[in-house]
Design a protein around this ligand. Structure first.
Ligand SMILES: Nc1ncnc2c1ncn2[C@@H]1O[C@H](COP(=O)(O)OP(=O)(O)O)[C@@H](O)[C@H]1O
Ligand SMILES: O=c1ccn([C@@H]2O[C@H](COP(=O)(O)OP(=O)(O)O)[C@@H](O)[C@H]2O)c(=O)[nH]1
Length: 914
């Protein structure tokens, strides 16, 4: 069984037929992973944050069938997350739509072993469900729901079983018997089922044990189904047994794999690796023929069929100058494959971050197809000539099923395989710089609607040059044995062959039987499976270590993550948007781990927005406060960050509040907004209501200005909407006419309002109000101490210099008194030197300045004393809640005056006077 294809057994039957019960047993006995579609749906619906819960629950209660996109995605995720290879999928596919949806998403990528049909009469089914309902708490185990479920089963699911019968996949099992009679009889290798037939079949013989010999043929079974007079012999145990056997490589397979490695003595004409003795393998090949049919739906999944790379046409089309001459090969024999021990000078040994995470991938061929109308194969280089027999023989990929943890480990430089060493590495692509504007950028691999691999123009030239140089390299001539044996190991770099081209790759996974590996194309971004063997994977010659990786992973800024369910038609539109020849790119951020954050545009058309538009309408629009969070867009903040901010609003819920971060984005937003003030919005929502959970700009009644906001709720009658201002954290009710779609220029900028709270400090609203009096309208510096799910824990540093009035400062300077923490912040050069007096006071308004003036240090006790007093005053101020605004303001300025008079006097007696 191929490593690359998970095995699936579908389990069907009426509600209560006992599918779940038997699956549990089969799973235990044969090591299959039992995935009940119904359970997965119930689990999803029970998640508090699930946006699909309502929809799912309604279907379950009505006995109708949940849309296939949902079920299929849940199944797929469960398969991916299990990291296993053999699955019993219980209760799916339930109708034609399910069959089609599954095909679209996964056909060719899994091996459907058979369909177990648990046949049980209606009465028994209903009785069992009602019995189960007493304890199960299921909303559908009642008579009313059951009636509907039975109808659905007869009308929709039975035809599915018939469909698979035609495919010769159905193994019918009488499920009306006792639990134990419907079971595997180990170790006799016989599947004992008895023959009590259900209502629609008349029993021909009762309680016979069935021989499960593997010789039962399709035609026999088919006959039986045509004349449903009894059960045909069921042969599943052998199948299951063989499935298990195939989980581990046989000794002979291991031997063979080993032999394949030992190629140094082999001469030209390498033997074609015969890995096809597995039945699935032939099936894979036959699947390949169909692959174009469902290409559309498979595109976000590993499509290993990158056999159409016509890089010459690609190069011609893109007018890239590329040396067709083989590079002068160094006659001197390269050092043997001991690269671990002797990395060439100047080559980084750190692991590259360009390891594609598990997930949907797309082939180069699509890129080529979209980039090149010329699809001729005119390669004159005999080394690269396409040869149909050289077709990459593995046609399905594991990458959709890779346990993501493995890749995470890889990214963290840890190998999943303990023995796999970290080897010499190719340097990472050079970092992108925030604000950078790039033109003529290619997408070498759109991994998902929100993640793409970008190739800058020069990268593209380099990648093409590498293809040519590798094709000409003496060690990479396919008609000759490689000079050096290559041992495939996880994390090892290698050269991988695809129809006339060798690519620089990294191995990320190796199949247990050592026959195939999953590799990442370092220069192009995709992850695909490769057969292991000298024809397909060889040692990467030393020359090819120096060039940094040619593509860089980037997230499309503002495009929601694609863990969501995306219908196939929407996906294909996304693909089309990501298949342009060239893009203009604005870099909004870069991080060496997560790659770039970019905005793509073509002729001024912003691709990010078009993709987002495609994705977001597909989300459930049910009122759910959390939804906007899915595409909320924050600066990536980390603990320890110190940021300039303005207090903006109370959260209204607790003692948390919002601050507005002040950075270059603020300036951009500010500028865009003030431009908007001048233009009258003609495209406001006057005729139609704005959609809930969309980003808009809204006019704030207090100042009549426009700000970015999202729509929380709408009242059509009153033509009003409640909006949440994303940069400030407050809500307000606004007339439709005062709402307009968000301008593109500021749509993807991070939301600047962040919710914060003070460490260990619970402030009442009144206290917060008092605090406001001190800090409002002035910049504060916040330091992130912790990051919670809904807020940041911060420490506040108040910039006293900004609180001080200008004339005070002048007096201060004129008198050349002690400079009290007067490092100004206005030039943004440095953080204020004011620090909290001690940690526990960090969040109160108690601040102790440190001093820039060396002469001030001599006055330390005085100053400390002074500030303690001020702190006390401020505390008192906090509690003088009942004061009118004026009174507290007055108090505040008094306090400041006191501060400065005392500092000016520079006298301890004065401080006592306070
Ligand atoms: N062969 C059987 N005889 C009697 N009761 C059974 C049998 N198989 C399952 N049950 C019971 O019937 C109910 C439905 O079984 P379950 O496996 O949950 O069905 P389904 O696969 O249709 O969801 C459960 O309460 C289970 O204990
Ligand atoms: O692929 C599936 C599996 C289940 N369901 C829904 O989940 C319910 C319960 O299914 P389950 O398989 O858990 O129970 P059964 O009906 O087999 O007892 C069904 O009636 C459907 O509404 C669905 O829509 N699609």
């Amino acid at each position: 069984m191929s490593f690359t294809k998970p095995n699936v057994i579908f389990v069907l039957g009426g509600p209560g037929a006992g599918k779940g019960t038997q699956c549990t047993r089969i799973a235990e006995t044969y090591g299959y992973v039992h995935l009940s579609a119904g359970d997965l749906l119930r689990e999803e619906a029970a998640k508090p944050a699930s946006t699909l819960g309502k929809e799912i629950n309604e279907h379950i209660k009505n006995g109708s069938i949940v849309p296939v996109a949902i079920t299929c995605k849940l199944l797929e995720n469960a398969m991916n997350n299990s990291g296993k290879q053999n699955f019993l999928i219980d209760g799916f596919p339930r109708n034609k739509d399910n069959v089609d949806g599954w095909k679209k998403a996964l056909d060719g990528k899994v091996n459907i072993q058979c369909v177990l049909f648990f046949d049980c009469d209606e009465k028994t089914c209903v009785a069992r469900c009602l019995e189960r309902g007493k304890a199960s708490g299921r909303t559908d185990d009642n008579e009313e729901s059951l009636k509907k479920r039975i109808v659905t089963y007869n009308e929709s699911t039975r035809p599915v079983i018939q469909f698979y019968e035609k495919e010769n996949l159905v193994k019918r099992i009488d499920a009306s018997n006792d639990v134990d009679k419907i079971n595997m009889q180990r170790p006799s290798n016989r599947y004992r089922v008895s023959h009590q037939y259900s209502h629609h079949h008349s029993p021909s013989h009762d309680d016979d044990d069935i021989d499960l010999s593997p010789t039962n043929s399709y035609s026999d079974e088919k006959e039986d189904f045509k004349q449903p007079t009894g059960y045909s012999p069921i042969e599943i145990s052998n199948e299951l047994e063989s499935a298990i056997r195939n989980l581990r490589p046989s000794a002979s397979q291991r031997k063979k794999a080993k032999a394949n490695l030992n190629v140094s003595k082999q001469k030209a004409d390498l033997p074609q690796l015969n890995l096809t003795n597995d039945e699935n393998f032939n099936e894979q090949n036959s699947n390949k023929e169909n692959s174009s049919q469902d290409q559309q739906s498979r595109r976000w999944f590993p499509n290993p069929d990158i056999g159409h790379v016509d890089s010459d046409a690609f190069i011609r089309h893109n007018h890239v100058e590329c040396s067709q001459q083989p590079v002068e090969s160094n006659d001197q024999i390269n050092p043997p494959a001991l690269l671990t021990a002797y990395p060439p000078a100047g080559i980084s040994t750190r692991p590259t971050a360009v390891v594609a995470p598990a997930g949907p991938t797309r082939s180069i061929s699509m890129f080529v197809a979209s980039n090149s109308s010329i699809k001729t194969v005119n390669d004159t280089n005999p080394n690269t000539r396409l040869n149909s027999t050289d077709q990459q023989t593995i046609t399905s990929s594991t990458s959709a099923f890779q346990p993501i943890a493995n890749l995470r480990n890889l990214l963290n430089g840890k190998s999943t395989n303990k023995s796999a060493p970290l080897l010499m590495d190719i340097p990472q692509h050079k970092a992108l710089v925030r604000g950078q504007q790039l033109t003529k950028v290619h997408i070498s691999h759109p991994q998902s609607p929100s993640i793409v691999y970008l190739m800058l123009h020069e990268d593209f030239n380099t990648a093409c040059r590498l293809l040519h140089e590798m094709a000409a390299h003496p060690d990479l001539q396919r008609d000759q044995s490689p000079t050096y044996a290559f041992k495939a190991q996880v994390n090892r770099l290698c050269a991988c062959y695809h129809e006339g081209r060798w690519f620089r790759c990294r191995i990320t996974q190796i199949s247990p039987d050592f026959s195939s590996a999953t590799v990442v194309y370092l220069d192009w971004g995709m992850t695909i499976p490769m057969q292991i063997g000298p024809e397909y994977i060889r040692r990467l010659p030393n020359e090819f270590y120096a060039e940094p990786t040619c593509s860089i992973m980037c997230h499309l800024d503002g495009v929601p993550n694609t863990n969501e369910l995306i219908p196939a038609d929407c996906l294909s539109e996304c693909i089309a948007l990501l298949s342009e020849n060239e893009y203009d790119v604005t870099v909004n951020g870069y991080d060496s781990n997560s790659g770039g954050k970019v905005i793509l545009s073509v002729n001024g058309r912003i691709i990010n927005d078009q993709i987002r538009q495609l994705l977001i309408p597909n989300k459930s629009m049910s009122v759910d406060d959390e939804l906007i969070e899915q595409f909320r867009h924050e600066l990536p903040l980390t603990v320890g960050d110190e940021l300039k901010a303005l207090l903006s609003s109370f959260s209204g819920k607790d003692d948390s509040f919002y601050v507005l971060l002040v950075n270059e984005d603020t300036v951009i937003i500010d500028r865009a907004m003030s431009q908007l003030q001048e233009t009258h919005f003609s495209n406001g929502y006057t005729s139609e209501a704005p959609r809930i959970k969309t980003l808009v700009v809204a006019r704030y009644a207090d100042d009549g200005k426009w700000y970015r906001a999202w729509i929380k709720s709408v009242c059509i009658q009153r033509q009003q909407a409640t909006v949440f201002f994303v940069d400030f954290g407050n809500e307000s009710t606004v007339m439709f006419e005062d709402i307009s779609p968000c301008p593109e220029s500021v749509r993807t900028l991070p939301w600047l309002g962040i919710r914060v709270r003070l460490l260990d400090e619970t402030m009442s609203h009144d206290e917060l109000a008092a605090f406001w009096k001190i800090a409002e309208s002035n910049y504060i510096w916040i330091k992130i101490l912790d990051i919670l799910k809904d807020s940041y824990i911060i420490q506040i540093k108040i910039d006293y210099t900004l609180i001080l009035r200008q004339e005070r400062m002048q007096i201060l300077e004129a008198n050349q008194g002690v400079h009290v923490g007067v490092q100004t912040l206005s030039n943004d050069q440095s953080l204020p030197t004011i620090r909290p007096s001690n940690y526990s006071d960090a969040n109160s308004i108690v601040m102790t300045p440190s001093f820039t003036d060396p002469c001030a240090t001599g006055n330390d006790p005085l100053i400390r004393n002074l500030f303690e007093m001020i702190s006390n005053e401020l505390r008192r101020l906090r509690h003088r809640i009942n004061d009118s605004d004026e009174a507290s303001q007055d108090r505040h300025s008094q306090l400041m005056q006191l501060l400065f008079s005392s500092v000016n006097l520079n006298n301890s007696n004065n401080s006592k006077r306070l």
